[in-house]
Design a binder for this molecule. Structure first.
Ligand SMILES: [Zn+2]
Length: 245
């Protein structure tokens, strides 16, 4: 766990990040989600009202960003609580859950360790998604943090249950999936980790694109991929035990 923290994506730019909580009360999570949304905006990973976030509140409830509210104007009270079937439990007047609610609920259900989901239109990752190309596992940190390559889910229209059906299964064995002709979906035990995965995927996408200008990326040895992804699977399994109350 400590080794993973030390190697966390984004630590190089964010050395003062606080330790992550497995659980927190709703008020704290609302503040955290609003801050994460602003961070996505500052990092240029979303623009306007594109992109959305979710995290588990407890076994039956999920906190999600609202539909059609720019992150620059987002307040903690704008966030919406839904139950695990997607029905609204608490919302400020006029606030509806993100139009990608089905996608978020399916992603949260993909593995028991997943506690938070970030959907963005990160430019470099979306370039791969638009080309219909997976992001190959050619960097050690991809194997270590993401569980391998970043696959592309088949195209389905935004906001549909069909999109959730094709995308979520990839998250059983990966921390990220590309949405064809659309964007990126990443998961983590909490919002901070899901955001870190978004930053990592987009940075790796940039590196691969740059490597292709230099003649193309070289493969990471199969043995190294096996070793590093085994560590990822073990950590994910341990995370499951750790977050259980
Ligand atoms: Zn989107």
């Amino acid at each position: 766990m400590r080794a993973m923290r030390a190697m966390r994506a984004g630590d190089d730019n964010d050395p003062g990040s606080a330790p992550r909580r497995a659980n927190a009360d709703e008020a704290a999570l609302r503040v955290e989600m609003t801050g994460t949304a602003r961070r996505l905006l500052e990092l240029g990973l979303v623009s306007g009202t594109a992109g959305n976030l979710s995290c588990r509140l407890d076994g039956d409830h999920v906190l999600v960003t609202p539909s059609a509210v720019p992150y620059s104007e987002l307040a903690a009270e704008d966030l919406v609580v839904v139950d695990d079937a997607g029905s609204v439990v608490r919302s400020r007047q006029g606030r509806r859950p993100t139009s990608e609610l089905a996608l978020h609920l399916a992603a949260l259900d993909a593995a028991p360790e997943i506690g938070a989901v970030v959907h963005s239109h990160a430019v470099h990752a979306t370039a791969f998604a638009t080309a219909g190309q997976s992001l190959p596992c050619v960097l050690e940190e991809m194997a270590y943090y993401l569980g391998g390559d970043v696959p592309v889910a088949e195209y389905r229209l935004t906001g549909t249950r069909e999109l959730a059906v094709v995308a979520a299964p990839h998250l059983r064995e990966r921390a990220a999936v590309l949405l064809a002709n659309h964007g990126l979906l990443t998961v983590g035990r909490d919002l901070g980790e899901a955001l870190d995965m978004t930053r990592l995927v987009d940075r790796c996408a940039r590196i691969v694109l740059a490597a292709r200008r230099l003649g193309g990326e070289r493969p990471l040895p199969e043995e190294a991929i096996r070793e590093l992804t085994r560590g990822w699977s073990e950590r994910r399994a341990r995370g499951s035990a750790a977050v259980a109350p």
